[in-house]
Design a binder for this molecule. Sequence first.
Ligand code: BG6
Length: 512
Amino acid sequence: MTSPHQQWNNPLRSPADKRLPQIAGPSGMVIFGVTGDLARKKLLPAVYDLANRGLLPGGFTLVGYGRRDWSKADFEAYVRKAIDEGARTEFHENVWQRLAEGLEFVQGNFDDDAAFDRLAATCKRSDDERGTAGNWAYYLSVPPEFFAEVVHQLDRSGMAHEGENQWRRVIIEKPFGHDLESAKELNEVVGAVFDERSVFRIDHYLGKETVQNILALRFSNQMFEPVWNSHYIDHVQITMAEDIGLGGRASYYDGIGAARDVIQNHLIQLLALVAMEEPTSFSPGQLRAEKLKVLRATSAVGPFGKTTARGQYTAGWQGSKKVVGLREEEGFDPNSTTETFAACTLQIDSRRWAGVPFYLRTGKRLGRRVTEIALVFKRPPYQPFSQGQTDLLTNNAVVIRVQPDEGVLMRFGSKVPGPGMELRDVNMDFSYSEAFTEQSPEAYERLILDALLDESSLFPTNSEVERSWEILDPVLNYWADQGRPDDYAAGTWGPASAERMLSKDGRAWRRP
Ligand code: BG6
């Protein structure tokens, strides 16, 4: 039998399920790295939005931990500003007041025993006075080099240890390692203190409505599944393009690059959802088992000189604005070899997908911001039309638009009105904003709530993370010996090598 929470988590739930309780039980959250970009732009606004929707428990306590010499009032002002700038829902003074009552700030470094003891005492006081009941989520919004120290401190100060009827969970941001070996080391460090069931690794793409809708589209409908295989699909393109540059993000990005930042996590997770078999249920165990199975059958196709592409943006135009290249961006090494565009070809050794290439690409400073998955169909085996009539007809496609303009598009041929028989591509478009009145919650909102509810379906397991590195490592190792990535001008769609990568197979990237 499924619990109410499992049913809520089920992406195929019926509308009636919305009436089931979804409020997190008594609990609090500590954010490490609370003064960082992620906390300010995403986590704090998401906590407010949850409070505003009435999904946080009465005495919810949010403790910020950081180096700044802040009073409670300073922290409150900081949180308030982050909410003003980033919250999706309307501001309500009474919601804010209730949230503010539960705000605490503890000052300290990650190697400061005394500060961690103060943190433990703050949480204990909240348990006694605010009813957080010893249930704590520790959000590690910090670079991976600090994971070991923080986890060690949580252990040393007793904060990692669950008393009777209590829970302690750790929420970890990516990047989870920079290759398989480092990911394994991190998993060991975390696993030495927290059980796997208490570890929630964030891949915020899984918190997006449109990503969860991949499961709904595939498994609640009859019309897609019969053609969702190598008999009908020619190839799959997964694109995550951004128009922003990397100014101000050098400390995180230089040396990491596009493949580690986006392909290893977000794009491989999208591939898993598109390609996996139907799970027997949407319980976390079943869903992850199917994802892992398809990832185990997935590998990078070589020779990498032809099947992958790597680029770095140079100066160019982003719309009407002139922008600098990566090597002129503030904080970047002028000789940086970090790629800002990455593309690779993956294959899945299974009956369903044999022979269907999955082309993955991501980049900064591309033509526009768009994330989409395109399943491009084979041409019909026979066309009873003359060549001239079908000149403008291309392959049928199903395109899942993850963002922006969230929706699903189907491309097929149609007769152009008129006396002749001329055929052309047309689009049939489902748009979330037209079909639904509800606004999709921000991904972090969903994921923080799920972590508090112990709903782990939308969090990749340790095995998925390690397997994703195993898939990507051969490509990364190949690139490591190739010197500088190819150039591409800002505002374009990547280096010429990316075009060649598909044209050699007689295919082309979609221009989303
Ligand atoms: C993050 C990457 O995981 O995703 C960033 O580290 C990227 O480089 C971001 O900008 C994009 O997220 P979204 O939700 O805007 O597509």
